[in-house]
Design a protein around this ligand. Sequence first.
Ligand code: V07
Length: 278
Amino acid sequence: MKMESIPSGGPMMINKLKFWKTSKDNDALEERINALKELPMPKHVAIIMDGNGRWAKKRALPRVAGHHEGMKRVRRITRLASKLGIEVLTLYAFSTENWKRPKNEVEYLMKLPGEFLGTFLPELKEENVRVQMMGYKDVLPEHTLNAVGKAITETQHNNGLILNFALNYGSRDEIVRAVKNIIHDVRAGKLDVKDITEANFSDYLMSHSLRDPDLLIRTSGEIRLSNFMLWQLAYTEFFFSDVLWPDFNEENLVEAIEVYQQRSRRYGGLKSEGEEEE
Ligand code: V07
């Protein structure tokens, strides 16, 4: 049969086939996941989940549709992080800058923690995930705080993956507050100026109980930090992806970790914190 004689819809079908995940694709991904486990895994992965608005715009959908799709990706990426044995996954969900967005969008975003946890908290508990939050609680709506607070309490004794949401978080402000609290403790006689070190400065940051991120991922092609964990990212490897967050899938996370492992291999285990090459 000649190509032209294929009824309309024929070539279309062939095109569609390319999008079907075959069991062969899944096997290949499983294989890559198993290979990852042979090398040092980043213990703390932080992600700036960018590109939700752009994803929606490309489809002529409202921005909030992109946020909703992005929320579903959080679940998938968390599941893989847990499976990989990553210790901490920090996700930048809402920055202190995000209040400048249109009121309806902010209101929608503030409902997402409740929706996410309403759907996924039972699974997170089953998977031994521990939910935490980093950010200023005082200005968050009560319903948002209640949803997050409930998840934190109900998972506080879990000892698997720590799922740390940066919610109403800004790094410069975090550092300024740390300085103020240090001054407060110095004045109260609890701390001597000569005893202030990098290590105990970190104790005054909102990430105090967590190790510094080993790997930072930012999606959607933007190559900047946007006031995210400035102190904590001092020695972190960066991976920038052009993929929009609602399209960021398991394979994309696996690739980011592969790149991370290739880079750490090049240090030959000789590099430690504070000892940059050259
Ligand atoms: C938000 C979805 C992901 C892309 C980035 C913007 C929109 C999950 C949460 C969340 C937060 C706290 C929590 C449980 C879930 C969330 C906001 C936005 C504000 F305990 N996704 N997601 N929060 N987006």
